[in-house]
Design a protein around this ligand. Structure first.
Ligand code: GDP
Ligand code: IMO
Ligand code: MG
Length: 445
C-alpha cells in the first residue's frame, strides 16, 4: 500500500469478503463518481453485479459497473475471461437503454476467450460430478454457474488450446488455431459423455468468432499500456473485483471456488498494474452470509431463519437465478478475507434485511474437529466442513431502517451490531447500506 500522505489521485479496490453477491455493484456505482477509470481484473460472466438507479435496475456481468457514467473509461483487463456472445448482448442491452458504449469500453487483447465448448465442458463436468468430493452432498459437483469459466481458465494455463481476444481479430490465425484446438476439445467432451456436443466444426466456429471479433474490434486494445498511460496522466483508478475472496482459487474454500484470483491479490496479474498503486481497499460484506453453489458454509441456516433472510434480502442469483444459501454473519471468515485483501475500510451491506429479528447471532470462533477453539479461518473445504461455529448473540431491532439517512439515526441495537463488527475486525466501517438504491447509503467517513 502506498504512503497515505502521498498527493495525487487515489486508486481504490472494491472486493467481496464473503462468497459473492455482497453488493459490490452498488458500491462500485457509488465510488465511480470519485474515479476516472474502472477496471475489472478477474472472473467472467459468472459475476452478476446489480445497480439500481431510480426505477432502473441494471445487471452487469462482464462490463464494469462504471459504464453507467458517460465520462468514465471502463476497462476489461487481461485477467478476465471474455465470452464474446455475452459481451455483445450486454453492450446491446445497455445501448437499448440509452447507455453510451463506445470508446469508453476497452477490452484487453490478452483477455482469454470463453468459447462454446468451454460452456459444454463446464456443464458436462458438473453433470458427471468431476472436481469435487463425490461423498459430499453435491455429489462431487462444484455448483458452477456453467458459464465456461473453469475450462476457459484451464485452457489459459494449458496454453496450447487457449485463445485470446486479440486472436479473434486475425481470421487466418483464428482458423488455424481452431483447427488444432477443436479435436482436443471434442475428445474431452466425448470422454465426458457429451457425444452430441463433441462434433465441433472448427471452420464454422472460425467464421462465427471472426465475425464476433470484427464487431468487438473497436474496443480491443493493449489495456496494460493504456492503464499505465492513464496513470501517467494522473487519472484515478477503481478496481472492480468480481466473485469474492472466499472464492479465490488460491485463498478461498478450495475446491469450491472459482478459477481466478478473486481477492485483491488478482489485481496485479489481472491488469498489469502493480499492487503498490493501491491507496484504499474497500471490503464489501453483507451483514449476514450467503453462498451460491456447493461447498462448506459453517453458519448456514437451512431453516426458517435462512428462509426469512432469503425472502427479505431477495437472495436469488443475479446470474443464474438460483436461491442463495443464507446464514448468520461469520466474522471468522470475514476477518480472514479482510487480512488477505488488505482491506482499509468496510462497506456493510443489506443491514435493512436484519430488521425484525429478536436476536442476531454472529460467529466469532470455530471449534475444530479436534476440539480446539480458534478465531483463524480454515480455507480447506474438508476442514471447514467439520468446524462448529461458536456464536455471540446480539439483540435485534424491530424498526424498518430503509429510510434512515445517517448511521447515528439507526436504532441503538443496529448501531451496536455495527460497532461489534468494527471491534472484531479492527477495520472502520466507511459505508452502511440500507437498501439497493443510491440514496439508501449511509456514509460514515
Ligand atoms: P454483487 O455481485 O456483489 O454486485 O451483488 P449482487 O448484485 O449479485 O447482489 C446484491 C443484491 O442486493 C442486489 O440485488 C442489490 O440490488 C441488492 N442490494 C445491495 N445493497 C442492498 C441493501 O443495502 N439492502 C437491500 N435490501 N438490497 C441491497
Ligand atoms: P459476483 O461477482 C456468487 C460461485 C458459483 C460456484 C463457484 C464456481 O456476482 O459476486 P464458476 O462458474 O465461477 O466456476 O463457479 O463460484 N460464484 C459466485 N457466487 N457470486 C459470484 O459473483 C460468483 N462467481 C462465482 O456459484 O459456487
Ligand atoms: Mg452477484
Amino acid at each position: 500500500m502506498t504512503d497515505p500522505s502521498r498527493s495525487g489521485p487515489r486508486h481504490t479496490a472494491i472486493v467481496g469478503l464473503q462468497w459473492g453477491d455482497e453488493g459490490k455493484g452498488k458500491i462500485v456505482d457509488l465510488l465511480t463518481a470519485e474515479h476516472d477509470v474502472i477496471v475489472r481484473y478477474n472472473g467472467g460472466a459468472n459475476a452478476g453485479h446489480t445497480i439500481v438507479v431510480g426505477e432502473e435496475r441494471y445487471a452487469l456481468h462482464l462490463i464494469p459497473a462504471g459504464i453507467l457514467y458517460p465520462d468514465k473509461t471502463c476497462i476489461v483487463g487481461n485477467g478476465v475471461v471474455v465470452d464474446p456472445v455475452k459481451l455483445a448482448e450486454e453492450i446491446d442491452g445497455l445501448r437499448e437503454r440509452g447507455i453510451d458504449v463506445g470508446g469508453n469500453l476497452r477490452i484487453s487483447d490478452r483477455a482469454h476467450v470463453v468459447m462454446p465448448y468451454h460452456q459444454l465442458l463446464d456443464a458436462a463436468r458438473e453433470d458427471c460430478g468431476a472436481g469435487g468430493d463425490p461423498s459430499a452432498s453435491s455429489g462431487g459437483a462444484i455448483g458452477t454457474t456453467r458459464r465456461g469459466i473453469g475450462p476457459a481458465y484451464a485452457d489459459k494455463v494449458y496454453r496450447s488450446t487457449a485463445l485470446r481476444m486479440g486472436e479473434l481479430l486475425d481470421e487466418p490465425r483464428l482458423r488455424r488455431r481452431l483447427r488444432a484446438i477443436c479435436p482436443l476439445e471434442s475428445a474431452q467432451l466425448a470422454a465426458l459423455g457429451a457425444h452430441d456436443a463433441a462434433k465441433l466444426d472448427p471452420d464454422a466456429l472460425a467464421d462465427e468468432y471472426a465475425e464476433r471479433g470484427r464487431r468487438l474490434a473497436p474496443h480491443v486494445t493493449d489495456t496494460t499500456w493504456l492503464l499505465h498511460d492513464l496513470l501517467a496522466d494522473g487519472r484515478s483508478i477503481l478496481f472492480e473485483g468480481a466473485n469474492a475472496c472466499l472464492l479465490d482459487v488460491d485463498h478461498g474454500t478450495y475446491p469450491y471456488v472459482t478459477s481466478s484470483n478473486s481477492s485483491t491479490l488478482g489485481i496485479a496479474p489481472g491488469t498489469g498494474v502493480p499492487m503498490t498503486c493501491l491507496d484504499r481497499v474497500v471490503g464489501i460484506m453483507k451483514t449476514y452470509a450467503t453462498r451460491v453453489g456447493a461447498g462448506p458454509f459453517p453458519t448456514e441456516q437451512d431453516n426458517e431463519t435462512g428462509e426469512r433472510i432469503r425472502e427479505r434480502g431477495r437472495e436469488y442469483g443475479t446470474t443464474t437465478g438460483r436461491p442463495r444459501r443464507c446464514g448468520w454473519l461469520d466474522l471468522v471468515a470475514v476477518r480472514y478475507s479482510a487480512m488477505i485483501c488488505g482491506v482499509t475500510g468496510l462497506a456493510c451491506m443489506l443491514l435493512d434485511v436484519l430488521s425484525g429479528f429478536d436476536e442476531l447471532r454472529v460467529c466469532t470462533h470455530y471449534r475444530l474437529a479436534d476440539g480446539t477453539v480458534t478465531d483463524r479461518f480454515v480455507p480447506d473445504a474438508d476442514q471447514l466442513d467439520a468446524v462448529e461455529p461458536i456464536y455471540e448473540t446480539l439483540p435485534g431491532w424491530s424498526e424498518e431502517i430503509d429510510e434512515t439517512t445517517g448511521r447515528d439515526d439507526l436504532p441503538p441495537n443496529a448501531k451496536r451490531y455495527l460497532a461489534f463488527i468494527e471491534e472484531k475486525l479492527q477495520v472502520p466501517i466507511e459505508i452502511v447500506s440500507v437498501g439497493p438504491r443510491r440514496a439508501q447509503t449511509l456514509l460514515t467517513v
